[in-house]
Design a protein around this ligand. Structure first.
Ligand code: AMP
Ligand code: ZN
Length: 117
């Protein structure tokens, strides 16, 4: 499994940095965002180090598909599915990406406006 020793989220995957995990399996882990933007704010990430959506290749399609499917499972488990939730990916610094390991922000527990800020 591809990993980057300098990457914060790889270090969480490897257990070098603690996180409040809410889900894990052999491909995906999910943990509470350290700076939550909603009552429920979880980051759902593939274990594999892929820096951004722009770095995806055909070989990553199943991994990212599984990550999205796990996000919907986690939303149900956390009870935010009935009212609706946001699943957000920031791609690149201009969009607000600060950690370069693909992550889906799973946000719920409040209303969300559109368009997003
Ligand atoms: P983004 O800005 O889209 O790259 O999202 C990165 C997210 O990671 C932000 O929402 C941060 O609050 C969150 N974050 C940064 N460090 C940690 C950490 N150690 N544990 C959990 N979440 C973190
Ligand atoms: Zn990484």
């Amino acid at each position: 499994m591809s990993s980057d020793a300098q990457c914060l989220f790889c270090r969480i995957v490897n257990g070098e940095i603690p996180a409040k995990k809410v889900f894990e399996d052999d491909e995906v882990i999910a943990f509470r965002d350290i700076n939550p933007q909603a009552p429920t704010h979880v980051l759902v990430i593939p274990r594999k180090h892929i820096p951004s959506i722009d770095d995806m290749t055909e070989a990553d399609v199943a991994t990212i598909g599984t990550t999205v499917l796990r996000a919907s499972h986690i939303a149900r488990e956390l009870g935010i599915d009935a009212d609706g939730y946001r699943l957000v990916v920031n791609n690149g610094p201009g969009a607000g990406q600060t950690v370069f390991h693909i992550h889906f922000h799973l946000l719920g527990g409040r209303d969300f406006s559109w368009p997003p800020g």
